[in-house]
Design a protein around this ligand. Sequence first.
Ligand code: CMC
Length: 433
Amino acid sequence: MADTAKLELEGTIVELPIVVGTENEKGVDITHLYGTTGYVTLDPGYANTGACKSAITFIDGDQGILRYRGYDIAELCEKSTFMEVCYLLIYGELPTPDQFSAFKERVLRHSLIHEDMKSFFTSYPGHAHPMAILSAMVCSLSVYHPELLAPNPTPREMDQTITRLLSKVRVLAAFAYKRSVGEAFVYSRPELDYLSNFMHMMFTTPMNPYEPNEVIRKALDVLFILHADHEQNCSTSTVRMVGSSKANLFASISAGICALWGPLHGGANQMVIEMLEAIAEDDCNYKKYIDKAKDKNDPFKLMGFGHRVYKNYDPRATILKKYCDDVLNQLGIHDPILDIAKELEEVALTDSYFIERKLYPNVDFYSGILYRAMCIPTNMFTVMFALGRLPGWIAHWKEMIEEPGMRIARPRQIYDGSPVRSYVPPNQRPSPA
Ligand code: CMC
């Protein structure tokens, strides 16, 4: 294979280096294109743009492959834990037993937030969306840890920031929930593991302590492992974009949380359940919703379907679909919404519109059903996604900050507005049509 690509611009041939990744993914390096030719590339939505090199996650969207640091997602779900995956993503290797104990101990040690922060929660109206609260609170952590805001953190400062954030985000998420249901805040218990502690802070009340449940803990482990990273998605790219200005980790992650909230990204898990409930109330009229999704004059989309990268079944959805049956059976729950989801999927996957466009269920299609089974309220689903995605965001921020010669992210544009014109005084301006 040639190691350069040739591009002809105004009769001049420009040679551009070819870059090949570990798994033989090929790219054309245009780093010097503008400097040598004055041309930029135009790629709305960045569908063809590799914004960085990264050693964290590999996806093959045609084959339906997802690997973290080289490990297949299905194997990690079966054999690993979310905490171990956090370590793997952030530090690059599976931890030794000693490294893992020290890491868990560091995360556990920081599971308190400054007492003053509690008053922020009570200032929000009870109906506030927990994603709004979570993003504001994560950014507010920077106020309470001014010692951790160095634009060029040492490895020690970086570790301190990372472990504090990993630990405290759970507390902030649980407190946001407690605020929304008007219950007292609950502190973590040192003897509980990371995820059981989160469930305890969510569901313990003064009258009724939460009893950790192994089926739920394992299900959360799998869900969070599946959410943990997905290379350059919208929220991760946002974290990188904000972090590239040397904004601190708390601010960068807060921005990522906002990006995740959108219904085309992590917010889809809430929308999927709302859509399935609407279909249930509409006498399970699947055809009506499929027709709406296909209608170009209707903004409705089949939520939980389609993906920028996967043109095959999303491997995360494959795992979750099977897992839904297992977990609901073990918990003795029959959720008619699961039946509706499966039937809707069957109808969509035999419809030529979805077949031609290679639209398959994505991770959000089945995740909400599991969260429902754990009694997580619908408006907390995207918060759960954020908790799971946290190690991925951190890993990308760390990878970027540590990269020699890192540059601020600053895309260009093709300007298609008005050409230069003279200022018009107010009394001479034409009335709007
Ligand atoms: N329902 C109906 N039509 C769809 C859907 C859908 N869910 N998704 C894509 N299409 C159509 C789209 O209208 C377009 O049709 P045409 O070629 O006729 O114009 C074609 O399929 C290609 O779609 P696209 O919009 O160009 O794809 P994209 O890569 O820009 O968008 C997506 C990807 C995930 C935003 C989109 O599929 C979507 O909006 N899905 C529903 C929201 C959702 O489930 N989001 C969660 C994504 S997975 C979790 C995560 O990583 O955040």
